[in-house]
Write a protein that binds this ligand. Structure first.
Ligand SMILES: [Zn+2]
Length: 164
């Protein structure tokens, strides 16, 4: 039997580590922990990581490249963190496990479908109020709405981050 592993994005982590899935293995990437720490569930998160409930894993370079190429083709607006999560899920699948992305992010869901990676939405009303995103220029730090993809001033591609 392949092991089921839930791959959590930041909104999933903030939603409380997906209540009810506690028995399954859960994994995420370091950057998600950083994003989540800036929001609200720091203590809960650190406790879960310390207890081994949530594993922090770095995806392989191969999977990162593969997802990155596909993102460039589709033009989906996803952050570097999202790419790492998708790459992590891809690695898990290829090592014979059964990953499932847990995310409410439409762009991640779209890419997950392209790679035939299962996903589930977070069933938690109110999460959208908790977590709002903004786009930020990595070069000049200007802020944009979630619909923007490129900096109007310097032309850099924007990165997504939780709005604080
Ligand atoms: Zn800029």
């Amino acid at each position: 039997m392949p092991r089921k592993v839930y791959v959590l994005d930041t909104s999933a982590v903030i939603a409380g580590l997906v209540p009810g899935l506690a028995k399954a293995e859960q994994a995420t990437v370091q950057e998600v922990l950083e994003e989540a720490k800036d929001l609200c569930s720091k203590l809960e998160l650190e406790t879960a990581v310390a207890a081994g409930k949530v594993k922090v894993v770095d995806p392989s370079r191969e999977a990162l490249d593969e997802i990155g190429k596909r993102v460039a083709q589709t033009g989906d607006v996803v952050s570097a963190v999202d790419i790492k999560l998708l790459a992590l899920a891809l690695d898990l699948k290829r090592s014979g496990e059964e990953p499932e992305l847990v995310t409410d992010d439409y762009a991640i869901q779209n890419l997950a479908s392209l790679f035939d990676l299962p996903y589930r939405r977070i069933v938690m009303p109110g999460i959208k109020e908790v977590l709002r995103w903004e786009m930020v220029c990595p070069a000049c730090n200007r802020k944009y709405t979630p619909a923007a993809s490129q900096c109007e001033v310097c032309g850099s591609f924007l990165v997504r981050r939780p709005r604080r």
